[in-house]
Design a protein around this ligand. Structure first.
Ligand code: PNS
Length: 176
């Protein structure tokens, strides 16, 4: 098993609109390597999210209630500036498929150019989440599909409130 780096902090940035079990899988893997993982939500005025930044913070807090090693924050401006400000030397990004790679590779190299002290670490989620994205989860839920195995229950409940549609019954893996 990997030895955790003492006192290390990794930033896991993203839109998280909303968090999915794929994101949680990456956080769990990050916790195996780093002491703390901070999920950092980009405040992007150009995007029209389903959940406000405050709601996304609340969803993550609820999913990780009682786990002090997972933090949540918001940021604007350059990611590397944010990481430096909070004392993180690592950025975590998840790669689900080769199709993610080109964009992620470009971002990682640009971030390295902007601040060579900060390393990007790519992590692969479990195969069962390789097709899961926030966008697809929203679309499937809105059209009446079941997403219980793809998001934490709190996200499913809030999706139901947002869209005014019931949660589709079925077997669900329990997570707070
Ligand atoms: O979940 P997403 O939307 O794919 O996350 C993208 C994110 C937030 C990681 C990326 O847009 C970002 O880092 N934005 C901050 C602005 C920045 O630093 N841009 C230069 C990156 S090369």
């Amino acid at each position: 098993m990997t030895k955790r780096r003492q006192g290390s902090l990794a930033v896991f940035p993203g839109s998280f609109d909303p968090i999915t079990n794929g994101h949680l899988d990456i956080v769990d893997r990050g916790l195996g390597v780093f002491d703390r993982v901070r999920m950092a939500i980009l405040m992007n005025p150009e995007k029209q999210p389903l959940f406000s930044v405050q709601e996304r913070v609340a969803l993550i807090r609820e999913a990780y209630r009682g786990n002090p090693r997972v933090e949540v924050d918001t940021f604007s401006g350059l990611l590397v500036d944010y990481a430096e400000r909070v004392g993180a030397s690592v950025i975590i990004r998840g790669i689900r498929a080769i199709s993610d790679f080109e964009y992620e590779f470009q971002m990682a190299l640009m971030n390295r150019r902007l601040n060579p002290q900060i390393e990007t670490v790519f992590m692969m989620p479990a195969e069962s989440y390789s097709y899961v994205s926030s966008r697809l989860v929203k679309e499937v839920f809105q059209l009446g599909g079941r997403v219980s195995d793809l998001v934490p229950p709190v996200v499913e409940r809030w999706l139901s409130e947002k869209y005014g549609t019931p949660i589709r019954a079925g077997r669900a893996r329990r997570r707070r």
